[in-house]
Design a protein around this ligand. Structure first.
Ligand code: ADP
Ligand code: ZN
Ligand code: ZN
Length: 738
């Protein structure tokens, strides 16, 4: 069928909507122009209205003219997405095989996704003038509101509504200050850049060499992999490079893996660049500040955007540098919907924006390491390294393996570890116990018949939480009271099996009744502000022993910490996931890196039943390069990434056996055109049942990214056409867990 042309003066708008359909939808839009691409539009959709983004305009449509509906209105109040923003979304849609409309709409602030009118606050930005900065001299007198405003602005430029929030007669005071020339309006992107008087530290030679390399690359695309042992001062390197970018009036995007790390970094950045507008964007933010933050970045007022995963999509018109801290971290990979890797998207974004991107880590992902080691064609990174701890007296901690086959044990805690803890308490130094399991015990077991309560919806044991006498499923959230009797034999002799953070806390408290102990895991940090309170107390030395999960391992810097105990590291050795050793290594190095950062000698004790394992030898030497070479050799032999590229078809269904059956059917469809790719058998997922859904998967592997992409492009519509309504499925490109 040939394309039908609508009447002359009718243009067609192609709109991306938040629906699981490949392409955009066409609408009649008589007055539309190429200038409107990137704008939000409200369109009729079925019986309702929907908000979408204009991604294209055309003269004709494949939809017959009679069926074409008219676009209702274009939202001119909101700034539009730029061509670069759209290019990034298009890349994600293509690479991750996800509908463009869903990619875009899910990245936008919630208010923009609604078809209801959204009133954009008209904001003006203000900053102090020189007179305003010399507060005492300023003719303010007793005008309290004006004083408040000056005080708020002393931290950098602010939007008017923020500057006067909660102040009575704030608008009048603002006007008065303007007339007295204590403050001035700021044009977008023109905020005064005043770095703090001097950097806190003079960079050491390692640091300045690295900074010089990054600075030399400003203005064009270049990815760097910055490998620096823990405590080598990577943050200082970021700050020095950022300074150059900010000075040019450009913007910096900084990604961090963990929300809990943002306040710490935010404070550091604020102290260093007091007059620079910074917004932090993460999922714990309320709607309004998130939307405002987005708009400030998009308008160019905010020069620093600090955020987690999703912040990678924030429009930044003058982007000059991207920093990805702890680039190896698993949380950069989104595990639902658009399964993107924020790290990989950021690298692509840097290429679009023609700016450098710095991937920093003490233990880079093997993919990034490989990209930096094997320069040559394609997407390659420049390797940068920091090999010394920044504080000269801070040496890397000594790592000792405690052989659990020989150690005298007290409830799973070795004698050596207990003695080490006692010594630290006597010296008023801090200790950290790392156990990657929250709850009291990973299971409850009947001592008569070995029955263990399982989640009715998942293939998993229920975790015993003693504090509220409950059993919880850590996969679906299901919870019940602890049963009084065994469901199988009726015995009342039920006992906790294994250890979690709560139980370790109880044991430690019993051994050291006078010590100050704090637990850090998802449960204990649930309350608002809890994380900040605990970390502040630890920084001030008000806690002797910290007990926690990986949340403790990342980024924190406790000056008096000299002992780290690792309790259940072996668990990772039994994982079927080929990345398990890599994750274990990085976790151990990260957690070991918490010890001995400020001149006190650090010690790490790892309890293990496999002290001869080569992985532990590498951990003992804290030699990432050696570990990486060993692992890469294994990966090369098994043909796993980075020597191949993977995609995983994930299928879920409620009816027994259906997920596996459909995965098998999909596999057959794929086999017919599997040129250049290898298809593995359809198998149950590692967690076979989750939240009542049975799960199965098919792994696809290829040496060529292009062949893999082409294959998925053909396979996906076949699966979509064949999938019964009762199954859910998704193709996960570059899966982080297989
Ligand atoms: P990393 O992120 O590499 O683990 P940090 O950036 O946290 O390391 O730095 C470790 C410690 O060293 C911090 O306390 C930091 O303030 C300090 N530091 C960084 N650079 C220097 C320097 N050039 N001179 C002295 N101390 C420094
Ligand atoms: Zn029993
Ligand atoms: Zn469950």
């Amino acid at each position: 069928l040939s394309k039908l042309s609508p009447s002359d003066n009718n243009n067609i708008a192609c709109i991306a909507l938040d629906v699981p359909v490949e392409n955009g939808f066409d609408f009649l839009a008589p007055q539309i122009s190429a200038n409107d691409i990137g704008r939000l539009a409200i369109v009729p959709f079925g019986k309702r209205k929907a908000a979408g983004i204009i991604v294209d305009i055309a003269e004709s449509s494949n939809v017959p003219p009679g069926k074409l509906r008219s676009l209702e209105r274009i939202v001119y109040d909101l700034p539009k997405l730029s061509a670069l923003d759209l290019a990034l979304f298009r890349f994600c849609s293509g690479y991750y095989h996800h509908p463009l409309g869903q990619v875009i709409l899910n990245a936008l602030p919630v208010q923009f996704r609604s078809s209801r009118p959204f009133r954009l606050p008209l904001v003006t930005y203000y900053q102090l003038t020189r007179a305003g900065r010399e507060q005492d001299a300023a003719p303010i007198g007793r005008a309290l509101t004006q004083r408040h405003i000056l005080e708020r602005l002393s931290g950098g430029l602010l939007a008017d509504n923020v500057a006067i929030a909660g102040l009575s007669r704030g608008k009048i005071a603002l006007q008065a200050l303007l007339e007295k020339k204590c403050i001035e309006r700021v044009a977008p992107g023109k905020g005064v850049f005043t770095a703090a008087a001097s950097p806190l530290y003079a960079l050491n030679t390692g640091q300045s060499d690295v900074v010089a390399r990054i600075v030399a690359a400003l203005g064009h695309y270049q990815p760097f992999l910055l490998t620096g042992i823990t405590g080598s001062g990577k943050t200082e390197v970021y700050l020095a490079a950022m300074r150059q970018v900010l000075q040019k009036g450009e913007q910096v995007l900084v990604l961090v893996p963990e929300i809990n790390l943002t306040p710490q970094l935010e404070a550091q950045f604020r102290a260093r660049f007091p007059q620079t507008r910074m917004v932090s964007l993460h999922s714990h933010l309320a709607r309004a500040p998130r939307t405002l933050g987005w708009l400030e970045a998009q308008s160019g007022h905010a020069q620093i955007v600090l955020g987690t995963r999703l912040a990678v999509f924030t429009p930044m018109p003058r982007l000059g540098l991207i920093v990805i801290d702890e680039e190896h971290d698993a949380s950069y990979k989104q595990q639902e919907g658009l399964r993107y890797s924020a790290r990989d998207v950021a690298v692509y974004r840097a290429r679009l924006a023609d700016c450098p991107v710095v991937l920093g880590s003490a233990t880079p992902s093997l993919e990034s390491y490989f990209n930096a080691e094997h320069s040559g064609k394609g997407l390659r990174y420049t390797a940068l390294a920091l090999t010394q701890r920044a504080i000269p007296s801070a040496t890397l901690p000594v790592v000792r393996l405690l052989d659990m086959n020989r150690e005298r044990l007290h409830d799973g805690l070795s004698e050596t570890l207990l003695v080490a803890l006692r010594t630290r308490l006597a010296k008023h130094e801090q200790s950290l116990l790392f156990i990657n399991r929250r709850g009291y015990a990973p299971a409850l077991v009947c001592r008569q018949c070995a029955w263990m309560p399982e989640c009715p919806h998942c293939t998993a044991h229920l975790v015993f939480h003693k504090s509220d006498a409950r059993l919880r499923c850590h996969h679906c959230g299901q919870q019940t009271r602890v049963p009084p009797h065994c469901a199988k034999c009726g015995s009342a002799d039920l006992a906790p099996a294994g250890q979690g953070t709560q139980r370790i806390m109880e044991l430690i408290a019993a051994h050291f009744p006078d010590s100050r102990i704090a637990r850090v895991d998802r449960d204990s940090l649930r309350a608002r502000g809890a994380a900040q309170r605990i970390f502040d107390a630890a920084h001030k030395g008000e806690i002797d022993i910290l007990i926690g999960t990986q949340m403790l391992a990342k980024g924190h810097d406790f000056p008096k910490l000299t002992l780290v105990g690792v309790l259940n590291a072996d668990a990772a050795m039994f994982s079927a996931d080929f990345r398990a050793p890599e994750r274990l290594f990085s976790q151990l190095v990260q957690v070991a890196g918490r010890a001995g950062r400020a001149g006190l000698k650090g010690e790490v004790l790892v309890q293990t039943s496999f002290p001869a394992h080569p992985l532990y030898a590498a951990v003992q030497e804290q030699d990432f390069t050696r570990f990486a070479r060993l692992q890469l050799e294994e990966r090369r032999l098994s043909g796993m990434p980075p020597f191949s590229h993977l995609a995983l078809l994930r299928v879920e269904a409620r009816a027994a056996g259906q997920a596996l059956k459909f995965a098998g059917a999909a596999l057959e469809l794929g086999k017919a055109h599997a040129a250049g790719v290898a298809l593995y058998d359809a198998v149950p997922a590692p967690l076979e049942k989750k939240g009542g859904w049975e799960r199965a998967q098919v792994l696809v592997q290829s040496r060529s990214r292009t062949a893999l992409q082409r294959f998925i492009g053909d396979w996906r519509p076949q699966i979509a056409a064949a999938a019964p309504r009762s199954t859910r499925w998704i193709i996960d490109v570059d899966p982080s867990e297989v």
